[in-house]
Design a protein around this ligand. Structure first.
Ligand code: G3H
Length: 531
């Protein structure tokens, strides 16, 4: 496992031949040139530099925009929405669908480059990078189908108590999208695409890592959407998002990230009831392993659940409670499986554990381990607690207790805390006391053991997984959380609702009104009232 970075045989097709100089940003339909201050983008993958020393690979640079450019992007989105009179907001649904479908086609052409950049920028293994891209295309296609079905249902005119009405979903206005580094493509598009297709205009600022992978898509955004509908800006979140929110002109804050940033940002908005929140935040999902489980299956799901993409998933299993009767055997098998994981670089065959994109993450993981060891936990896997530059090996800590940081904090990295429990009330209390409420995984073969737990846990989290790791997918299922884990629901179908509001046209059922309604329905006069 040692020397993660020295035998790096980079396949020819994945080499970065020339650094990316991202010197434009998208505002008002123009790719505006930026010749002022920029930020360098480095990979978490160390390669030999010109002096023969191992250093983070330089990938390119991006604009470091300021308040002026942030407000230009805001104006562009506000003008494009034009108080609901803008071209995009009033376009027929099938025309918006055509734009999104064109975009998806153009996006497909960028697959190889985007996958390559996912590997370099965030260290995501090749197979998972391909999966992120393909899952995103599928999400777009499914969104189109879901909107068609939703629209077909809404075309019906209903009559109640002498009132005729056509109820449809309308856009909310201007959406500010801030996305996370762990799924910089997929989670961005899970916000942007439903927001756009419902007729909103958007300002999007990428995460701290996983930025250059958007460069191959800028032209497609520019080409497929009317001017001002998609605005893409680069720079510090604080610098750019603060003035945009303070303006009071944003209708939706769509953020996948951290609850502290979400709290700070929403506070800036002067008109609280205008701002709709779409937030996907942290979690500390528990795995609860009961004595009557299928141990091999539980181990397999817990390894995947806690360590896929180095544990950098909001849905990861971040703490494991194992019944005291089986903890010894569970730990033995768990350690054996974790030791089989392949550590290396994203393009290495069958790699599982790769370098971490956040420069401070290895130090933080080390701090958690040192703190836990000082308070009585042991690293129980032989290859645990190994650090090399941006790489941290998977580390299993046992026995963990509530005095340790790793018991409370979302580690978002390759460290797995394990506790044993005697009474089921112990993990149940943990879940209900937690500030987070996303998901939980229960492992048992016995429905008698599971039923009471299911009935109480569904009231504490939003997904109880049985003999299955925690996860967001399949994307047709609602993705939601309680407490500090989420606000609003995302899924192919739910996101269309989240980024829109029901609005209607109603008529008292008189002869004149019925005539007007008939005429509107038959003609192409209105884009809202039609069949
Ligand atoms: O980081 C949070 C992601 O939404 C998790 O998605 O469960 O599909 O890996 P996933």
């Amino acid at each position: 496992m040692k020397n993660i970075f020295t035998n790096n045989n980079i396949p020819e097709s994945y080499k970065i031949k020339k650094p990316y100089n991202q010197d434009t940003f998208l505002v008002n339909g123009e790719l505006r040139e930026w010749k002022r201050n920029t930020s360098n983008v480095f990979s978490p993958i160390y390669t030999e530099n010109s002096e023969g020393k191992l250093a983070p690979t330089f990938l390119g640079n991006i604009p470091d925009l300021g308040e002026t450019e942030a407000l230009e992007a805001l104006d562009s989105a506000v003008n494009a929405y034009d108080k609901g009179r803008g071209e995009w907001a009033t376009l027929k649904i099938e025309e918006r669908i055509a734009c999104v479908s064109n975009f998806s086609k153009m996006m497909l052409e960028t697959r190889d480059e985007v996958v390559k950049l996912l590997m370099w920028e965030i260290g995501k293994p090749y197979a998972e990078s391909c999966n992120e891209f393909d899952r995103t295309i599928e999400y777009i296609d499914d969104t189109i189908l879901a909107l068609k079905a939703m629209d077909l249902k809404a075309s019906e005119v209903k009559e109640h108590s002498g009132i005729l009405a056509q109820v449809r979903r309308a856009p909310l206005g201007v959406v500010l999208c801030l996305s996370p580094y762990n799924y910089p493509l997929n989670e961005t598009f899970c916000l942007l695409i439903p927001a756009l297709i419902m007729g909103n205009t958007t300002i999007f600022k990428p995460a701290k890592h996983g930025i250059l992978l958007l460069s191959p898509l800028l032209k497609a955004f520019q080409k497929c959407f009317p001017k001002g509908v998609v605005n893409i800006i680069y720079g510090s979140g604080r610098t750019l998002a603060t003035p945009i929110l303070k303006s009071g002109k944003v209708d939706v804050l769509a953020l996948i990230g951290n609850s502290k940033s979400a709290n700070i940002l929403q506070e800036y908005h002067p008109k609280k009831n205008r701002l709709r929140l779409v937030l996907g935040l942290e979690a500390k999902n528990s795995g609860i392993i009961l004595p009557d489980c299928d141990l091999d299956l539980a181990v397999k799901e817990c390894v995947l659940g806690s360590l896929a993409f180095n544990g950098q998933r909001c849905t990861a299993l971040k703490i494991l409670f194992v019944h005291e009767d089986i903890v010894e055997e569970f730990n033995k098998k768990f350690v054996a499986e974790v030791e089989k994981l392949n550590c290396g670089l994203p393009w290495d065959e069958n790699v599982n554990i790769t370098p971490l994109p956040e420069p401070n993450k290895p130090n933080y993981i080390q701090e958690l381990i040192v703190d836990a060891q000082a308070k009585g936990a042991t690293v129980i896997n032989p290859s645990g607690n190994y650090f090399e530059k941006s790489f941290a090996s998977p580390t299993i800590l046992y026995p963990v207790n509530n005095s340790m940081k790793v018991y409370h904090e979302e580690q978002f990295g390759p460290v797995v805390p394990i506790l044993s429990f005697k009474e089921i009330t112990e993990p149940l209390e943990y879940v209900s006391e937690s500030n987070y409420g996303q998901q939980v995984s229960l492992f048992s073969k016995n429905s008698d053991s599971l039923a009471p737990l299911i009935d109480s846990l569904v009231n504490q989290v939003c997904r109880v997984n049985i003999n299955t790791k925690c996860q967001r997918g399949p994307d047709v299922l609602p993705f939601v959380g309680r407490k500090d884990s989420a606000v609003s629901t995302l899924s192919v179908h739910d996101a269309l609702r989240t980024f829109s509001i029901r609005t209607m046209v109603a008529f008292r059922s008189t002869d004149v009104n019925t005539q007007i309604l008939d005429d509107l329905l038959k003609s192409e006069k209105s884009n809202f009232i039609n069949r």
